[in-house]
Design a protein around this ligand. Structure first.
Ligand SMILES: Nc1ncnc2c1ncn2[C@@H]1O[C@H](COP(=O)(O)OP(=O)(O)OP(=O)(O)O)[C@@H](O)[C@H]1O
Ligand SMILES: [Mg+2]
Length: 285
């Protein structure tokens, strides 16, 4: 990945947090930080995937991101974590600004250690659970806190068992992931992300690889334990879940936001033709 070139004179991003645009923003009190995406362009070769996109993820709230396949939802999530390099614009996550020059702190390019630390503040949950197959459930949970943060193993085990209890999987602590159902694996993946107590959680279609009967238990964990008190982004096709859990809904198409607002307004009364067409298809599924 490129983009680490130091360059003086870049303004400090600070906690620019959520914008004040939009109406009907839920007034939940929270000390959490937000995410702002300003005029971001992301290309893969000649293909422009994020097309000058701007949006605000409000602190302490859950934002659902919907949109047709290929609209850039996963790419957006990956850019927020700097898993993808952006070509233009700025993403601010707490005190970190990600630009075409890479992540900056106080206007200065961040080193590998600071970037790793920045990433520990963002819990990521993907469609494919990405558990380490050679580690037990417990081993998966304590690996990063012990290996990356240098926490005491005994303390990490206590925290891991508490989290496994809360996702109803304490009895699976010593099993390997291959022995678990998809829904169980995804709950382990969520518990693993929560071990770092991240202020931000990003979910990319966390239930789309699951059979419908396993989806509910995972959504229950996300809607409760996983997002409470955090700033979260949830890419999902589950309209019912978005309606119930999200404070704000964003619809993307062609690498841009085409509609956003409170769930009821966006899901029931989209104003743009493209959002109406897309949501109409989802409602029929
Ligand atoms: N690493 C990559 N290299 C080249 N093109 C890519 C890469 N990753 C994504 N793309 C392309 O970028 C576009 C957007 O992909 P993205 O995965 O962000 O869409 P999405 O909205 O998440 O879709 P889905 O709902 O199917 O998951 C697609 O055309 C995809 O083929
Ligand atoms: Mg995707």
């Amino acid at each position: 990945m490129s983009g680490r070139a130091p360059d003086a004179g870049i303004a400090e991003a600070g906690n620019s947090g959520p914008g004040s645009s939009g109406q009907g923003i839920p007034a939940k009190a929270s000390a959490a930080e937000g995410i702002s995406v300003e005029a971001v362009t992301k290309k893969f070769g000649a293909l422009t995937v994020l097309n000058g996109i701007s949006l605000s993820i409000r602190p302490g709230l859950a934002t659902a991101v919907l949109g047709p396949s290929g609209s850039g939802k996963s790419t957006l999530v990956r850019c927020i974590n700097w898993l993808e390099h952006i070509q233009d614009g700025r993403i601010t996550v707490g005190g970190t600004a990600i630009t075409a020059r890479g992540p900056l702190n106080g206007g200065r390019p961040m080193g590998a250690r600071d970037i790793a630390k920045f990433r520990t503040r963002i819990g990521l949950v993907f469609q494919s659970f990405n558990l380490f197959p050679h580690l037990t459930v417990l081993g998966n949970l304590i690996e990063a806190p012990v290996g990356v943060l240098g926490r005491r193993r005994a303390d990490a085990v206590v925290q891991a068992m508490d989290l496994l209890e809360r996702v109803n999987l304490a009895e699976k602590a010593n099993d390997y992931p291959a022995r678990l159902s998809g829904g169980q694996q995804q709950r382990v993946a969520i518990a693993r992300a929560l071990m770092m107590d991240p202020p931000f959680m990003l979910f990319d279609e966390p239930t789309s690889a699951l059979d419908p009967e396993l989806t509910g238990e995972v959504l229950k964990v996300i809607g409760g334990l996983a997002i409470r008190g955090r700033t979260s982004v949830i890419v999902t096709h589950e309209i019912g879940f978005a309606r119930e859990v999200a404070d704000w809904v964003i619809v993307m198409d062609g690498g841009r936001v085409i509609e956003e607002g409170p769930p009821a307004a966006v899901l029931d009364n989209p104003t743009t033709e493209r959002a109406r067409a897309f949501l109409g298809r989802l409602h029929r599924i």
